[in-house]
Write a protein that binds this ligand. Structure first.
Ligand SMILES: N[C@@H](CCC(=O)N[C@@H](CS)C(=O)NCC(=O)O)C(=O)O
Length: 216
């Protein structure tokens, strides 16, 4: 099995965390060609999105589909609870992440350079991200991991994006995102005790530094 990956990608990190947690035998490889838009990669994943998993010939796109597949293929340690209620609780976070929290943050990436910034777009998207973070604050378990006592797919989805939230929002003039959000701050400290998260976020951090300094 192979995961087509970019270390800076929060969605690819979401899947790498699952691979690291499970110690799954998945080779992590760069996308071929010049990047996700390259014809070489489009032959593999027509959506042109990272990550995608080559499961011995079956191409699986979309990080959440990949993560649920990995959960079934490599059931230990379990990252989805056994009960329908527990599963629903975790999936509420992963859907919230993919559909509501991440898209407005992503829309801000193109405006990182103050010289190429559309302030109207930034103001609108920043307000959206802030209200999603407030919603997340009310959703998080009062202590422990996102959905309760156990580390789950919910934490794998949230950690890479909250890494971006913490590192990039202040560049848009926002106050530190953990300030005034006690549950989010407590969860962030807790989730970083996990070796898989330490590894995944260190890879993102290195890639972010390289990008900021003009490297690849
Ligand atoms: N919904 C997708 C989103 C993946 C995504 O947007 N990946 C970004 C990298 S973080 C990407 O491939 N961007 C390239 C593009 O959109 O052309 C998933 O969950 O995998």
């Amino acid at each position: 099995m192979k995961l087509y990956n970019l270390n800076l990608s929060n969605f690819a990190t979401k899947s790498r965390l699952v691979i690291y947690e499970k110690g799954a035998n998945v080779e992590i490889v760069p996308v071929p060609g010049s990047g996700p838009a390259s014809p070489e990669y489009r032959v593999i994943n027509p959506l042109g999105k990272i990550p995608c998993l080559d499961a011995d010939g079956l191409i699986i796109a979309e990080s959440e589909t990949i993560n649920e597949y990995l959960e079934e293929k490599f059931p230990s340690p379990r990252l989805l609870p056994a009960s329908p209620e527990g599963k629903a609780r975790v999936r509420a976070f992963t859907r919230f992440h993919d559909l509501y929290l991440e898209p407005p943050l992503r829309a801000m990436f193109a405006h990182l350079n103050p010289k190429a910034r559309d302030e109207k777009v930034v103001t609108e998207k920043l307000a959206d991200v802030q209200s999603r973070l407030d919603q997340l604050e009310t959703m998080l378990a009062p202590d422990g991991f996102a959905a309760g006592a156990d580390f789950t797919l919910a934490d794998c989805a949230l950690a890479p994006t909250i890494f971006f939230v913490n590192n990039l929002l202040p560049a848009f003039g926002a106050k530190p995102p953990l300030e005034g959000r006690a549950r989010l701050a407590a969860w962030w400290s807790k989730v970083q005790t996990r070796p898989s998260v330490q590894k995944g976020l260190a890879e993102m951090s290195e890639a972010l530094k390289a990008m900021m300094s003009g490297g690849s």
